[in-house]
Design a protein around this ligand. Structure first.
Ligand SMILES: *Cc1c(COP(=O)(O)O)cnc(C)c1O
Length: 554
């Protein structure tokens, strides 16, 4: 299996190159040459498979055995999901006869991003170790320096994915004092010598700007071989397809075999950068019987607006009287949370901050399939001609988004998008209300605000569903991670007790633990460079021996 860019060109990459490259040089995202179809006997053969078994089956359809053998793949997957606290890895919980919750937060940082980042870290390490073993001597040892900015949500999952990995250093910048205490503690209590937390005196936007300048600095980038763990990395999407399969079988097992075939299955996905729900799209196109994928957004509703009118537009011009100034920035890269600084209109701060985005970087991958399937070519045109044409179309659309802040797709493209997806926007008020109602219902269950956005969208769509429709809502974070919103929603519930009902054992005492953090006294790229130069050197052993994991300041 080879991969190519959504923005066209003839370049074909191996899986390894795709994963190590991240973003394509022409600005596109990598997608597989074709979407593999499920083997004929998958329904019976995979029925009782574990998460790990299913990962091996699904991933091996996208990775040539010459690149990673089945045995190696199994070892990588086993290692990645051993860190999860639940034996199912992603267990399914029943809320009522027609609604299930797919809990994706049983990994080390209690957020769904662990599912992908635990695997990505092991893949990076596997590739680097193998490359280095093929090289003679120590001088050419390949290393990777992962740099990213976080406002709290992504940083810890990236750190836990890369901690203690051979040949990799990770530097995560966060705005000092501006991330929640729990999230700050999750990041800074990791003391592995390859992990470096930089507390920058400044804002999240400052951190993001610094990361962007580092990536743009070609010399620095080359010397340190900067890497990103973006949500656009193909391995992250691939890892996430697996829980659609696992939950499909778990839902099926709830029904007697005679009625199981009649079930219409909807997946409802709290969405920001469109990675999680895109994984569901791949599962569907592989042949998993999903009737609809429901994109649930918060007030940052670019996707909900797209499914309404076919316009992909950063700022809602129908409600904003001031037109875009052209100062809008590129989609966020690095291990960042996808928020873009300084864009006209700006990102709205909501109670579901991990979904606060202006544009959804992974949406470009869906756009490619929409372009490809509606492309107009001669009936006898070669497959490659069709593919190149789709790439040109996407390139044109993305150029318009960059220059005008918007693109309107043809109506047949929107029609096609509506076959697989529905989209709903959920306000903060509805989010709080949903948390409260679910807590007070007969199946008392506490969701985090992101999951609540999904649940609210599910309820809305359910009103027009057939009786045989089952909804699976993806739960993307543990409620303890977003204690402020949860406590606010349940402040009037007399029986609610945060410590007893929500706080996991693992979070207790976290705030008192030893910290590994470097203070950066100003939002200055040169200060950050100094830190990276000091700690990313291959000859780090002296530092490690001192037992100094990097406390200090610059
Ligand atoms: C990242 C994140 C999301 C959004 O996922 P995308 O793949 O970017 O759509 C939703 N909820 C939580 C808690 C997240 O961390």
């Amino acid at each position: 299996m080879k991969y190519f860019s959504t923005r066209g060109g003839k370049e074909l990459l191996s899986f390894e190159e795709t994963v190590l490259t991240g973003l394509a040089p022409n600005g596109g995202l990598y997608i597989p040459q074709s979407i593999p179809q499920l083997p004929a006997d998958w329904q019976t053969k995979w029925k009782d498979y574990s998460f790990v078994d299913l990962s091996v089956e699904v991933l091996s359809l996208y990775i040539s055995p010459e690149e990673i053998s089945r045995g190696e793949l199994r070892a990588l997957v086993e290692k990645s999901y051993k860190t999860f606290r639940h034996s199912d890895v992603t267990p399914l919980k029943k809320l009522d006869d027609r609604t299930y919750i797919l809990e994706l937060f049983h990994g080390p940082t209690f957020a769904f991003k662990d599912v992908a980042l635990q695997l990505l870290g092991n893949l990076f390490e596997f590739f680097l170790v193998r490359r280095n073993a093929r090289q003679l001597g120590n001088d050419n040892q390949e290393r990777l320096t992962v740099v990213g900015a976080t406002s709290g949500d992504t940083g810890s999952a990236a750190i836990y994915g890369l901690r203690n990995k051979a040949n990799i250093s990770i530097f995560i910048l966060h705005p000092k004092g501006r991330v929640s205490p729990i999230q700050e503690a999750q990041m800074t209590t990791v003391t592995d010598p390859n992990v470096h937390n930089l507390a920058v005196k400044g804002t999240f936007d400052d951190c993001q700007d610094i990361v962007k300048s580092l990536f743009a600095d070609q010399d620095f980038n080359k010397t340190h071989r900067l890497g990103a763990v973006n949500s656009i990395n193909w391995a992250r999407i691939l890892a996430q397809t697996v829980y659609y399969f696992l939950s499909y079988f778990h839902v099926q097992s709830q029904f007697p075999s005679s009625s199981a075939v009649d079930v219409q299955l909807q997946y409802v996905v709290p969405t920001g950068n469109f990675g999680d729900v895109l994984a569901g799209f791949y599962a569907k196109r592989m042949g998993l019987p999903i009737s609809k994928l429901i994109v649930a957004t918060n007030a940052n509703d670019i996707l909900a607006r797209f499914w309404k009118n076919g316009v992909y537009e950063k700022v809602d011009s129908s409600s904003a009287p001031v037109p875009a100034t052209g100062a809008a920035t590129e989609p966020a890269e690095g291990a960042s949370d996808g928020k873009q600084a300084h864009a006209a209109g700006g990102v709205k701060e909501t109670l579901s901050p991990a979904m606060d985005i202006l544009v959804s970087s992974n949406f470009e991958r869906l756009l490619w399939y929409l372009a490809y399937e509606t492309v107009e070519v001669d009936t006898n045109a070669h497959e490659e001609t069709k593919r190149l044409k789709a790439g040109e179309t996407v390139n044109g659309w993305m150029k318009l988004v960059k220059s005008d802040g918007r693109v309107q797709v043809p109506s047949k493209v929107l029609e096609l998008a509506r076959k697989d997806f529905l989209a709903e926007r959920v306000s903060d008020e509805q989010t709080l209300e949903t948390i409260r109602l679910q807590f007070e219902s007969s199946v008392s269950y506490i969701t985090d605000p992101h999951t609540a956005v999904g649940l609210a969208a599910a309820h809305r769509v359910a009103r027009t569903n057939s009786p045989s429709t089952i909804q699976v809502v993806l739960s993307t974070a543990h409620p303890a991670k977003f204690s402020e919103a949860v406590t606010r929603a349940l402040s009037d519930a007399p029986s609610f007790d945060f410590e007893r009902d929500v706080l996991p054992e693992e979070f207790k005492g976290l705030l008192e633990r030893k910290r590994n953090v470097i203070d950066v006294e100003a939002p200055d790229v040169d200060l950050v460079k100094k830190v990276i130069e000091r700690f990313a050197e291959p000859a780090r052993s002296a530092i490690a021996e001192e037992g100094n994991v990097g406390n200090g300041s610059v």
